[in-house]
Design a protein around this ligand. Structure first.
Ligand code: 13P
Ligand code: SF4
Length: 337
């Protein structure tokens, strides 16, 4: 046996449980490529007292191979608060890393690729919010977490797709500015009597789906359960059987266990969830988030090895932004109590 196959045989044996658990979505050829990185990342995590938080849109080799905590934007923010490791690596996009830093400022937060942005976060600036406040004096600003810390700092409260309606209604006001996702805002408006003033931002992944596409799935696939993310346009949501955040989609599948499913959201979501529900048949409508896909195993390894791509927020901004995120988390806590 030459060196390479022996190395692989050893890695394959040590990670047999991982390979078995993920065999529906990743084969031996995939793991031959990924396991050397997985192995190195797992040992470096122990050595450097690091934890990896991964969003539901991360590639399955990251989500299942190296992540310690996985979830939607809300869960990642909630869990980031209590992480007591020295280093948090955010396998997600930049606003998620910033949120982790806001909520746990004593930790070193790393993002494996600084350019992992978000079309929503780029659609609005702090100056835009200051202008909106002049135009709508006294109207509270509810800001989706998919924004920069500077934008959060100008906001009254944050929300995620999991709690947007709850957050808007918690304010007890007749109208709010809801920023920056016009489609999530339209979805919230359809669920509440509070008047929603919209901004024209959108997610470059979810805006590409259409209602016609969903009708086509039904026609081509026969009986199928369609789940859509509320960042999709309204004609998409009108065709869906269920609308919710990425975590809400998982809970819904867990409860209902439909035999055939299309998840109208980012591609990797279906791969990750298919591991949990091997009995469900997933048809994957492929819309990749180019920002989420900037995060790779080699990138995570390099970030850990060199403690590079540290995410920091200027103290003046951080204090105000933290308040907006904390207000959101407090609502969840009050409801749970
Ligand atoms: P959630 O996981 O909070 O539903 O967010 C989806 C998303 O697009 C994150 O960027
Ligand atoms: Fe932003 Fe959309 Fe990508 Fe999420 S999926 S990070 S909202 S561009």
């Amino acid at each position: 046996m030459n060196e390479l196959p022996r190395l692989h045989a050893d890695l394959f044996a040590r990670h047999a449980a991982l390979r078995e658990r993920t065999r529906h979505v990743l084969g031996d050829a995939d793991w031959a490529e990924h396991l050397p990185y997985v192995d190195a990342i797992l040992s470096l995590k122990r050595e450097k007292r690091a934890v990896i938080l991964a969003h539901n849109y991360q590639a399955p080799e990251i989500f299942h191979g190296v992540a310690d905590i996985v979830g939607d934007s809300l869960a990642l923010a909630q869990r980031a608060v209590d992480v007591d490791a020295d280093i948090i690596v955010m396998a997600g996009v930049h606003f998620m890393a910033e949120t982790a830093k806001l909520l746990n400022p004593g930790r070193t937060v790393l993002i494996p690729d600084d350019a992992a942005g978000c079309s929503l976060a780029e659609s609005i600036t702090a100056a835009d919010i200051r202008l909106l406040r002049q135009r709508y004096p006294g109207v509270p600003v509810v800001t989706y977490v998919n924004t920069s810390a500077e934008v959060k700092a100008e906001s009254d409260i944050c929300c995620t797709s999991a709690n947007a309606v709850q957050v808007v209604e918690s304010l007890g006001v007749p109208r709010v500015l809801f920023l920056p996702d016009q489609y999530l805002g339209q979805y919230v408006a359809s669920k509440t009597r509070v008047e929603i003033i919209l901004w024209q931002g959108s997610c470059e992944v979810h805006e590409r789906f259409s209602g016609q596409q969903l009708r086509d799935y039904r026609q081509q696939l026969g009986p199928v359960h369609l789940l859509a993310h509320p960042e999709c346009p309204q004609d998409v949501l009108a065709e869906a059987d269920f609308v919710g955040s990425t975590a809400a989609m998982i809970h819904h599948l867990d409860r209902l266990r439909p035999p055939r499913v299309v998840m109208v959201t980012e591609c990797s979501m279906s791969d990750n969830v298919a591991v949990q529900f091997p009995d469900i048949e997933f048809t994957r409508p492929c819309q990749l988030c180019p920002h989420m896909k900037r995060i790779t195993l080699p990138g995570i390894l390099a970030a850990l090895e060199q403690t590079q791509h540290v995410v920091d927020v200027a103290p003046g901004i951080a204090a105000k932004a933290r308040l907006a995120v904390q207000r959101m988390l407090d609502i969840g806590r009050r409801e749970a109590a």
